[in-house]
Design a protein around this ligand. Structure first.
Ligand code: GLU
Length: 447
């Protein structure tokens, strides 16, 4: 690693020694952009420090009352990472694992994920250590309202535009937006994305994360003179991203054969391809029990308790669950299974060791979440565009724009990899292309 980059990382390590996810995402990124770091100007401007640390971060308490009348206090966060190319933009995650390290790593990844969408959005993330599991609709509504009471003064259509992530779907966005509107006394619809279709949401947003990932995958497969037709895919998780991947893969002739949850994984050799199965995923997610075994009971397929889906032999692997879900042992298993394509849906799903193994193996073509995982936020930006022109595009129009955006992210990643002699390394290619775009915008705007 370049000396300057190493010093920036060392300083971060000293300042935030316990923020492991954040340090991991920054270190990987610094390693990826290394070939593009020969420019002394970056050091003179101390650009890297300003690229790896958030511009602003707010933390707040979220007090709320449950259905029995008992008070609870959660911790809320919003990290406004980088605004070089547009207002801060990124999801909100409600999950017990949320802390400063997690929101900072998410905000960092989001910045570089958003950069190549070609749309004017900076990077942000946020959320709370709230566990929505088993909570009633009324409890979730009160939680969202209290969360927004603290957050509303920091966001806005031209300031910071939150959206969903794990634990925050259309229902939560509805409650958050309703409260934002009440507090502001006006319908500033593009201050949040992922809204319902009746009040400013975009068609395709619901499936955009998964669709985008499969569009990106399709380009990778084509680059090898290959096709998606008949390919099998192992997927982890069963949330929004996994559902969207199943749906778009089926449409393009491939089939997802696994899903997973905290309880284990299911294997459905016929593929999760029918409308009935896709609808069942949404039901499983909506009932909030966070167990994938219900799928096995419903469709009479095998359930493997406590195990991960990577032991199933498939052509393609797409981790869609959460950070660091895939470790070195899993990566070895994936390589032993002769998987041809590894495409990230979730943010930073592989540990640093697993990532290195997969990325450096000539047997498998890999794409990182900052490229292949950007479909959701791309359609969020299209939602903002539609809100500001007060007009809605058709489903086909939005889907076509999404396909084009994913294609141009692929092209930019492949071109940067080629320029730096990195062969098929789409992960480094993507990080370099995004780094160049953001650094240029930051330099142009001065200190
Ligand atoms: N959490 C999502 C993502 O990583 C949503 C971001 C957004 O739409 O602003 O893409």
């Amino acid at each position: 690693m370049n000396n300057y980059a190493a010093r920036v990382l060392e300083r971060l390590r000293r300042k935030y020694p316990n923020e492991l996810e954040y340090l991991q995402s920054v270190q990987t990124w610094l390693e990826m952009i290394d070939p593009a770091l020969d420019n002394y100007r970056y050091e003179k401007l101390d650009l890297l420090t300003r690229m790896v640390e958030p511009e602003r971060m707010v933390t707040f308490l979220v007090p709320w009352v449950d259905d029995k009348g008992n008070a609870h206090t959660n911790h809320g966060y919003r990290v406004q990472f980088n605004s070089a190319i547009g207002p801060y933009k990124g999801g909100l995650r409600f999950h017990p694992s949320v802390n400063e390290s997690v929101v900072k790593f998410l905000g960092f990844e989001q910045t570089y994920k958003n950069a190549l969408t070609g749309l004017p959005i900076g990077g942000a993330s946020g959320g709370a250590d709230f566990d929505p599991r088993g909570r009633s609709d009324r409890e979730i509504m009160r939680f969202c309202q209290s969360f927004m009471n603290a957050l509303y003064r920091y966001i806005g259509a031209d300031t910071d535009v939150p959206a969903g992530d794990i634990g925050v779907g259309a229902k939560e966005i509805g409650y958050l937006y309703g409260q934002y509107k009440r507090l502001l006394g006006k319908a500033e619809s593009s201050a949040l994305t992922g809204k319902g279709l009746t009040y400013g949401g975009s068609k395709v947003r619901l499936e955009a994360a998964g669709s985008g990932t499969v569009y990106f995958l399709a380009r990778m497969v084509e680059s090898k003179g290959d096709t998606l037709e008949g390919k099998t895919i192992a997927v982890s998780g069963f949330g929004n991203m996994s559902w969207g991947v199943c749906r778009k893969a089926a449409e393009l002739g491939a089939k997802v054969v696994t899903l997973s949850g905290p309880d284990g994984y299911i294997w459905d050799p016929d593929g999760i391809t029918t409308q009935e199965k896709l609808d069942f995923l949404l039901e499983m997610r909506a009932n909030g029990s966070d167990r994938v075994s219900a799928y096995a009971r419903e469709f009479g397929v095998e359930f493997f308790p406590g195990k991960k889906p990577w032991e199933v032999q498939t052509d393609i692997v797409i981790p869609c669950a959460t950070q660091n879900e895939l470790d070195v042992e899993d990566a070895i298993c994936i390589l032993a299974n002769d998987v041809r394509y590894y495409v990230e849906g979730a943010n930073m799903p592989a540990t640093a060791g697993a990532m290195k193994l997969l990325r450096l193996s000539p047997k498998i073509l890999t794409a990182g979440a900052k490229a292949s995982g950007s479909g959701g936020v791309a359609v969020s930006a299209l939602e903002m565009a539609q809100n500001s022109i007060r007009y809605n595009w058709t489903r086909a129009e939005v889907d076509d724009k999404l396909r084009q955006i994913m294609g141009s992210i692929y092209d930019a990643s492949a071109a940067a990899a080629a320029q730096y002699g990195l062969g098929d390394d789409l992960i480094a290619g993507n990080d370099i292309a995004a780094f160049k775009k953001i650094s240029e915008a930051m330099i142009a705007q001065g200190l």
